[in-house]
Design a binder for this molecule. Structure first.
Ligand code: SF4
Ligand code: SF4
Length: 375
């Protein structure tokens, strides 16, 4: 079946957002198609690090609030849930700080009981997955009747973009995410694990916040916010990400998890776009992206000479000593225990580093740069 993808312009999070959200939902058949009266609805934004919504890193609280209101209007019972990035502790204190720093505490002032503080998780068995046999996920998320996936439009140093498919990786609790980088060092395997997690959580609807997006060295503080003024929605997360790749002018062949999805018949890559015509010129990709060579050469060589090839030719994380505040977030987020804390700054043992970029993603000071190499 060909899935509909709705693309609508919205220049801001105030005046134009409610109109644009209404159009997206109408294009997709109305919120009633996805939420029935009395259903418990998990809204899953992207909360990767503590960050102001103006930086384009987290799903904007006004965006989530707009969907939240639509769910209530049809008699659903919505709540907000995500597990932040692996460098942050996953506990009530950390979640409260996340809600405050991202503006959710303020915007949801009258609905704070709908902000999740439950960190319990459970293991779900996976039948016929691409790679995983089981996965530990947030219990409240998986117990909900419906999941509405609310990704942020961003670049990503490892997967080049992070959209609707990858947003559900946040279903894995806290630091457990780092183990996926250790276990699945090959980007193809990592992509398979992301797809298995997506299919396990099975969101009923995905709507992407691309009003302020993040380009450059995303997905966190090393990226650059940009006003892109777009909302993309679909029942199918893959279709949404195919359209995202088209809008930013990046072939889906270069996005590892879309390529893996096509090769394994998880998606057919067929969709119909309705709504506004949107193209975003010169969308800056992360420095880890080298066009054709980023994915094809790495695919081939990873099979043959990995991990040597990856260590030699793929950009390495580099700690900028004068920016480092010795907070230890990178130490916690590193799946290979490759980072230690020195007297002046953290430092990386490159012989252990697998170039997963978790440290780069999680550093709250933007103190971990990527060392440029040319393929
Ligand atoms: S590089 Fe320094 S500032 Fe950044 S996460 Fe590591 S310890 Fe914290
Ligand atoms: S030091 Fe290397 S292995 Fe550790 S988090 Fe950073 S990129 Fe990943």
């Amino acid at each position: 079946m060909t899935e509909i993808v709705s693309v609508r312009k919205s220049v801001d999070y105030e005046k134009s957002l409610p109109v644009a959200i209404d159009k997206v939902l109408r294009d997709l058949g109305g919120i009633e198609r996805f939420v029935k009266k009395g259903e418990v609805v998990a809204l899953k934004p992207n909360f990767i690090v503590y960050s102001s919504p103006s930086k384009g890193i987290v799903t904007h609280p006004l965006f989530t609030f707009e969907i939240f209101k639509r769910v209530i209007e049809v008699g659903g019972e919505p709540f907000i849930i995500d597990s932040p990035g692996s460098g942050l502790p996953f506990n009530k204190h950390s979640l409260k700080h996340m809600y405050k720093s991202t503006g959710y505490w303020e915007i949801f002032e009258d609905y704070r009981e709908c902000l999740n503080f439950d960190t319990s998780s459970e293991i779900v068995e996976i039948e016929n997955g691409l790679l995983l046999k089981k996965v530990r996920v947030l219990k409240k998320l998986i117990d909900s009747d419906v999941i509405i996936n609310l990704p942020k439009m961003k670049t990503h140093s490892l997967t080049f973009i992070t959209g609707a498919v990858k947003n559900m990786f946040g279903a894995v609790p806290g630091i457990e995410k780092t183990s996926y980088h250790s276990r699945f060092r090959d980007i193809e395997d990592f992509s398979k694990s992301i797809i298995d997690i997506l299919n396990t959580t099975n969101p009923g609807l995905s709507i992407m916040d691309g009003i302020i997006s993040l380009e450059g060295d995303g997905p966190a503080l090393n990226g650059t916010p940009r006003n892109t003024g777009v909302i993309i929605g679909s029942k199918d997360p893959f279709s949404l990400d195919f359209v995202l790749s088209d809008i930013i002018g990046l072939s889906s062949n270069y996005i590892p998890y879309l390529k893996v999805g096509l090769e394994n018949n998880v998606t057919r890559g067929s969709y119909e776009v309705i709504g506004d015509q949107v193209k975003i010129p010169d969308f800056k990709l992360p420095r880890t992206f080298h066009g054709k060579s980023s994915i094809e050469i790495i695919y081939v060589y990873n099979k043959i000479v990995s991990p040597v090839f990856r260590k030699l030719f793929v950009q390495k994380p580099n700690i900028i000593k004068k920016k480092c505040i010795r907070c230890g977030v990178c130490v916690r987020s590193c799946p290979e225990n490759a980072i230690t804390m020195g007297k002046v700054s953290a430092s990386i043992d490159y012989s252990k580093c697998i170039r997963c970029y978790c440290c780069h993603e999680q550093c709250p000071e933007g103190a971990i740069d990527l060392k440029r190499i040319n393929l």
